[in-house]
Each structure stands twice: as C-alpha cells, then as structure tokens.
Ligand binder design. Structure first.
Ligand SMILES: [Cu+2]
Length: 511
C-alpha cells in the first residue's frame, strides 16, 4: 500500500468531509470509521476520534491569551535559488524555508493554507501537544487537502519551545515544505543577547532527481542491487557509517547540505560583539541525515531538546537526528566563529558563521573535518526538574519492535508495514489518564529517530522530555508519557524513506 499518494480518497472514511463527520452523532461517526477498519477486534473497541467532543472540550480548556497569530501559506511548485542556481522544488510561499511562525503559549495560531500543489497535502505541527483534529495526518485526523483546495488550521499553542511544521506527506517534506515554529514562554528569563534559528536539511530535490526517484531506487532494496552486480545506485548511500549512531548512518546520498537554505559557499552570517551570548535554536529538517553540530574550540551549553528544558550541559558538539531540535547557548569569541553541521557518517558540510567584525574570514576548506570531544544527542540529556514527570508506575506498557532491513527495504513496526487504510492494525491502545510506557526495541542494524505525535514523552525515570529520540541498533529505549491528549496519534520513524515504507503506527486512545 502506498501511503504517499492520498490524492484521491479511496477509503470509506475519506469520503466523509470533516464537516459531515462533525455533524454526525459520535456513535454514527465512529461506527462509520470503524466499519472501514479491517481489524476484527476493532468492532468492539470505541476509539476516541479527532472529531470527538472530548478533543474539542480539551481544546477549550487549554490556556488562552485571546490573541490570534494569523498567517497565510501557499504550498506550491516553486523555483528557489541555491548558490545562485535555480532549483525546481515545492515550497511554502515560494521559499526554500517556510516563513517563521511564532507566538506565545495560549495564543491561537491560525494558518490559512492554499494547496497549489498537483496533489493533496496536510501540515503537521511537529512537537506540539495540540488538538488532535489539527495534527495534520491525512485520513487519520483530517481529510487530505486536495489539489487547489484550501484549509485553515486553527489551534491554541499549548506549550513553549523550538518546534517546526512540515507537510506530513513524507516525500513532500523532502522538498521544501517545512518551516520553523517557535512558541515563546512569556515567563522565561532571557539570558542571551541574540537568537539564531537554524534549519538543517539534506538536499537533493531538483539537483540529482526527486525524492520519489530516491524512494523508487531504495524500494528495490539492496539485495537486488547486489544481485545485479551494482554497489548502490545513483541515490543510495553505501558505507555511510557512524560509531556514534551505532553503525549504518543513512541510506541516501545527498549533493547538498543546507543551513537555512544555504551552502558553505554562501553561508549565513550573523554579527555579534565578543562575549555576547547567542541562543541557537537548531532544527534538523533532514530526511535521512543526522547532523553533528559544533563550533571548533567553542563550547555549547545545551539548554533544551525538542522544546523542553534539560539539565544544562556543556559539550563540544551535539548530534540531532531527523526531527529533533536542540537549543544551546554559545558565548561569542572575537573574530569569526564557524558553526558547523557535519552530516553524521556521511561527507559534506552545512555551515553558518558568527562574525564580530574583526579577524580573517575562514574558508570552508580550512575547517576541521571532524568535531570531537564531548558529544551527545538530546536523548542522552536529563530533563530539567520543572518538566520531569512525577514518578508513577506505568498502567500500560507497549513494545514497539523496529523491524525491517536495508536489504529488503521493508521497514515496519513489529514486523508490520503501516497502511493508512487499516491504521488501527497493531495500534498501541491507551486510555486517558494512563501512564504509558513504550519500549522501542531496535532489532536491526540501523538507527531510527522515533517520533510520537501530540505528546512529549520522557526517557526513562529522569531523562529528557522529547518527541523524537534516536534508537540505536540493538538498543532498547524506554519512554513514558501521560495519556492526557485524547485522539488518534501517529508515531513513526522520522527517516522520511523509512516512514514512507511503513515504519509507522497509531497511538490510539480508546474508551
Ligand atoms: Cu527509521
């Protein structure tokens, strides 16, 4: 089942418009949806749907400032400039990075989206524990927005942090359909002089092909490549390896690595005074690349991951898997400071610079090829006391085995490849009020950045609060969350191609 092309509604539930769904009685609406579900046990299970009154009731109870932040977005084919070269892609408002969306906790974010793409789209607000019907997962939480159609997202910003938004049609995200989403906490003490929002991305669209070309090649699997006597095709990355990630680092070869849409030959530069403190808000928007970020000789103080504060830690570099965010403080030395993002286990560089207006401008070729010393990822940090979940025994535990291989390119969960026409097959069922433990067990030879929608879990007893966590080969990462946001929530690997192949499932609230 190809989940990537929901252009035409093929399923009974997709034929219901959202208005009709909302207009139906709850029993009728859920019966209609359940009738479309092939799982035999589903008929006996009452699922809390995005259209349920419980979802609306919770939204009404969320903090409100009464203020609305409005933005119009058009998703459409666009020609963007990278290194002065014109690159055909799909973007928001014609740009390689979508516009910054920013508000405070309790503000309403209202985004009027026009779909100028030749196929359906949706927007997911990555990191937010928002109302389920605004989560932007096609079919599961809303109708896909057809080509030429309009849809307005409207929801309260539930908590602060560095987040982002992107199309949830996975390969659309691999074009330019993403942007930064920052939620400010008005009560937060501001201990920095500058802020730098940084989007990192691995880029090939319009340069060496399209993301669909990549998927077509990868889908054949490595077995076929070998039997045909080939050692990887045009797009497949062979031998990408990282000790930090526990082995195989990625599947895809990229011609470009972008730092706010720019390459090292035309890097973004911010200016500051020596001794100034810069708050970095780093977002890994890549499809298949973890980035190791650091400034040679300058320590970073990590303050947040995935929008939530951590016990502060000084490091030489930090690694972000796809979908993860890191906030860090950097004290600016005199001269030029290169902020490097090295694609983990791959070759290449994404680069930005800080200048104090003195010294000699560094050339990218003279930069070190490695960032060593103390290096961690967000999943290795401890949560700050104020956001740590109170100790409580789990009321339900689910095991999520990450299955599949590069050889067959058959990524899945518990041996099952997700299909949107039967989303509840193998769903992780929870009830509101549960303390849920999820054990991510990686049985393969490749790492996976696992993302849960609508919740910020905690790693173990006192680890970081996160929504996306690196799970290394052979490792088990246990996370806990409080089931306090009813609805149907996708969870999945944030490797775009793994997700496209079916490494997804549903965290399903039932009654
Ligand atoms: Cu994966």
């Amino acid at each position: 089942m190809n989940y990537l092309k929901p252009t035409t509604p093929r399923f009974p539930e997709a034929a219901l418009t959202r208005r009709r769904l909302l207009g139906l009685s709850l029993a009728t609406a859920s019966a209609a949806l359940l009738a479309a579900c092939s799982a035999p046990s589903a008929a006996a299970t009452r699922r809390v749907l995005a259209s349920d009154s419980a979802v609306q009731a919770l939204e009404q109870a969320r903090r409100s400032t009464g203020k609305t932040v409005e933005k119009a977005l058009t998703a459409a084919p666009a020609t963007v400039a990278i290194d002065a070269k014109k690159i055909p892609t799909w973007g928001y408002n014609g740009a390689i990075n979508g516009p910054l969306l920013r508000g405070s906790v309790g503000d309403r974010l209202q985004v009027a989206l026009h779909n100028g793409l030749p196929e359906a789209t949706v927007i997911h607000w990555h990191g937010l524990a928002l109302a389920n019907d605004q989560d932007g997962v096609e079919t599961l939480t809303q109708q896909p927005i057809g080509a030429g159609a309009d849809f307005t997202y409207s929801f309260r910003l539930p908590h602060s942090g560095t987040h982002w938004y992107h199309s949830h049609i996975e390969l659309q995200r691999e074009r330019a359909l993403y942007g930064p989403l920052i939620v400010d906490d008005p009560d937060e003490a501001k201990d920095y002089d500058h802020e730098w929002i940084i989007l990192l991305d691995d880029w090939m669209d319009g340069v060496t092909g399209t993301p669909n070309d990549v998927l077509a090649e990868l889908s054949k699997g490595m077995g076929e490549m070998h039997s045909g006597g080939m050692m990887g095709g045009k797009h497949m990355s062979m031998g990408a390896s990282s000790d930090f990630l526990g082995g195989d680092a990625g599947d895809v070869r990229y011609p470009l690595h972008l730092f706010n849409g720019r390459t090292p030959s035309d890097p973004e530069t911010i200016t500051a005074k020596p001794g100034d403190r810069v708050r970095l808000r780093i977002i890994n928007a890549a499809g298949d690349t973890a980035y190791r970020v650091g400034a040679p000789g300058v320590r970073l103080t990590l303050t947040h991951t995935d929008g939530y504060p951590v016990e502060r830690k000084d490091v030489d570099a930090v690694v972000l898997g796809m979908g993860e965010r890191i906030d860090a403080l950097l004290t600016v030395p005199a001269g030029w400071t290169p902020l490097m993002a090295l694609p983990e286990g791959k070759t290449g560089l994404a680069l930005g610079r800080i200048s104090t207006g003195s010294g000699k401008e560094p050339i990218p070729a003279a930069l070190p090829s490695e960032l060593g010393g103390t290096v961690v990822d967000g999943g290795q940090l401890a949560s700050a006391a104020e956001v740590r979940l109170p100790a409580k025994a789990p009321t339900v535990t689910h095991t999520v085995r990450l299955t599949g291989s590069m050889m067959a390119y058959d990524w899945g969960i518990n041996g099952r490849r997700f299909a949107m026409h039967s989303p509840y097959d193998g769903a992780l069922e929870v009830r509101e009020g549960d303390r849920v433990q999820i054990d991510f067990v990686n049985e393969g030879t490749m790492w996976h950045p696992m993302h849960v929608h609508g919740h910020t879990f905690q790693i173990g007893q006192s680890g970081a609060r996160k929504d996306t966590v690196i799970v290394r080969p052979g490792a088990t990462v246990s996370v806990v969350l409080d089931a306090d946001n009813p609805g149907q929530w996708l969870y999945h690997c944030h490797n775009a191609y793994h997700a496209a192949q079916g490494m997804m499932g549903v965290l399903s609230y039932i009654e």
